[in-house]
Design a protein around this ligand. Structure first.
Ligand code: SF4
Length: 368
C-alpha cells in the first residue's frame, strides 16, 4: 500500500502504547484545514485535544504554550514548532512563548545576558522571519527570569511537589544544583499561568512537544489536579510530533552540523549537505530502476515531507516516482537542493527585515 506520509526510525506506535498517548488521527476529520504536519501524521499523538478542538470550533479562548531554549543555532527541525504556532495564531489562540533563560542558566551554565542576546538575535528573529506575528495582542514572549507572575506561581506550586518525585522523573541526584532542581517548576508555571484569574482565568491550553517531553507534561497535568480547588486549572492538553531525522541518518542536532540544515546556512552549504545526505536509494542505478527507492528511510524525502512541499499532490508524485524507480537519487537530490536554496534565499531576506522588530519584542510587558 502506498503511504506517502510514512517516516521511520522511532517506533511511535509503541510510544503511544507505553505512555497512554492517544492518536492524533482521532481528530483529524473534525479539524478545519488541518496543518500539513497534522494531515501527514507528523503530529501523531495527543492528550485531551478534544478540548482544544471544541474551543476552536466554538470560537472560545484557548492558550498555546511553547517555550524556546536559547542555546545554539536554530535548525530546520526547530521550524516545526514555529509552523504550529503560526497555524494556532490563525485559529485565534492566545500564544505564550517563554524563553527558558532560567533553564539555560541552571542546566547549561549560560548566563542570563547571553541567553537574552541569543533569544533576540537568533530565535525571536527567526520566529518572525518564519511568519509568526510576535507583535500581535494575543501573544506573549517573555524571559522566564523576568516574569514575576510565573515565578510566584512556580513557588506556590512547588509546595506540593517532593524531591523524590523530581528525582524519579528527571533523574536528579544528590549533587544536582538546586537551581536545576527548581527549574521544572518554572516550566510547569509557564504552562499553567495563562489560566490564572489575572490572565483571563481557566481555559483549555495545549503544549505541542516531542514525545521526550511527555514526563514533563504528565507532571504538569498532575500538579494542575493538585491545585484544582485553588486555581480551577484545566489540565493542559498536549500534542506530540515526530522528530525529523538528521541528514546523516542520526538524530538532527545543533551540535552536529552535518546532521542539520541551519536556518542561517548559506544556500551553498545547504546544497552540499543535501548532496551528501543519507537516502533510501539502492546500491546501483540498475537495482533502483528495478526495485525503486525507499522514501520511508530517506532523509531527503523527509525534508520534503516535513518542510518543503506543501502540495499533497506533488508530494505523492515524488513518493510514487521514487517507489517505482522512475527517479534516481542524484536527480532527486538536485531538485530538493534547489527547493532548500529557494527557501533559504527567501528566508535570509525575511530575517534581515525581522531584526529591528525582534529587538523590541522583549521590551513589551509580559501579558501576565
Ligand atoms: Fe530519497 Fe529521492 Fe532517492 Fe527516493 S529518489 S530514495 S526520495 S533521494
Amino acid at each position: 500500500m502506498i503511504d506517502p506520509w510514512g517516516s521511520v526510525t522511532v517506533d511511535y506506535e509503541k510510544l503511544i502504547e507505553q505512555f497512554g498517548i492517544k492518536p492524533f488521527a482521532d481528530f483529524i476529520e473534525e479539524i478545519e484545514i488541518p496543518h500539513h504536519l497534522m494531515a501527514r501524521g507528523i503530529i501523531f499523538g495527543q492528550r485531551d485535544y478534544g478540548r482544544i478542538l471544541k474551543s476552536m470550533i466554538e470560537g472560545k479562548p484557548f492558550a498555546v504554550v511553547s517555550g524556546m531554549m536559547p542555546s545554539g543555532k536554530m535548525h530546520i527541525g526547530h521550524k516545526m514548532i514555529v509552523d504550529q504556532l503560526i497555524w494556532y495564531q490563525k485559529k485565534g489562540a492566545n500564544i505564550y512563548i517563554p524563553i527558558a533563560d532560567m533553564e539555560a542558566y541552571s542546566a547549561r551554565s549560560v548566563d542570563f545576558e547571553t541567553s537574552k542576546e541569543l533569544a533576540v538575535s537568533e530565535y525571536i528573529t527567526n520566529y518572525i522571519a518564519l511568519g509568526l506575528d510576535l507583535e500581535k495582542k494575543n501573544i506573549s514572549t517573555y524571559l522566564q527570569s523576568e516574569n514575576k507572575t510565573v515565578g510566584d506561581l512556580a513557588y506556590t506550586l512547588a509546595k506540593k511537589v517532593t524531591f523524590n518525585e523530581m528525582k524519579a522523573i528527571y533523574g536528579f541526584h544528590g549533587s544536582t544544583n538546586i537551581a536545576h532542581l527548581y527549574v521544572p517548576l518554572i516550566q510547569v508555571a509557564d504552562i499553567l499561568h495563562p489560566q490564572l484569574e489575572e490572565c483571563g482565568g481557566p481555559k483549555p491550553s495545549v503544549v505541542p512537544v516531542g514525545p521526550d517531553q511527555d514526563p514533563h507534561i504528565r507532571l504538569t497535568r498532575d500538579i494542575a489536579e493538585r491545585f484544582k480547588s485553588k486555581f480551577k486549572f484545566i489540565p493542559p492538553s498536549s500534542t506530540y510530533h515526530r522528530f525529523i531525522t538528521g541528514l546523516t541518518g542520526d538524530k538532527m542536532s545543533s551540535s552536529k552540523p552535518n546532521t542539520a540544515i541551519f536556518l542561517s546556512d548559506s544556500p551553498e552549504i545547504a546544497e552540499k549537505k543535501i548532496k551528501s545526505a543519507k537516502t533510501g536509494g539502492r546500491d546501483s542505478l540498475d537495482e533502483q530502476r528495478k526495485l525503486g527507492g525507499i522514501p520511508e528511510v530517506c532523509t531527503v524525502y523527509e525534508l520534503v515531507l516535513y518542510h518543503l512541499e506543501p502540495s499533497p499532490k506533488k508530494l505523492t508524485e515524488l513518493y510514487k516516482s521514487c517507489k517505482s524507480g522512475n527517479i534516481m537519487c542524484g536527480e532527486c537530490k538536485k531538485n530538493v537542493a534547489e527547493m532548500i536554496k529557494d527557501f533559504l534565499n527567501d528566508f535570509a531576506k525575511k530575517r534581515e527585515k525581522s531584526k529591528d522588530i525582534a529587538q523590541k519584542i522583549l521590551e513589551r510587558e509580559p501579558k501576565c
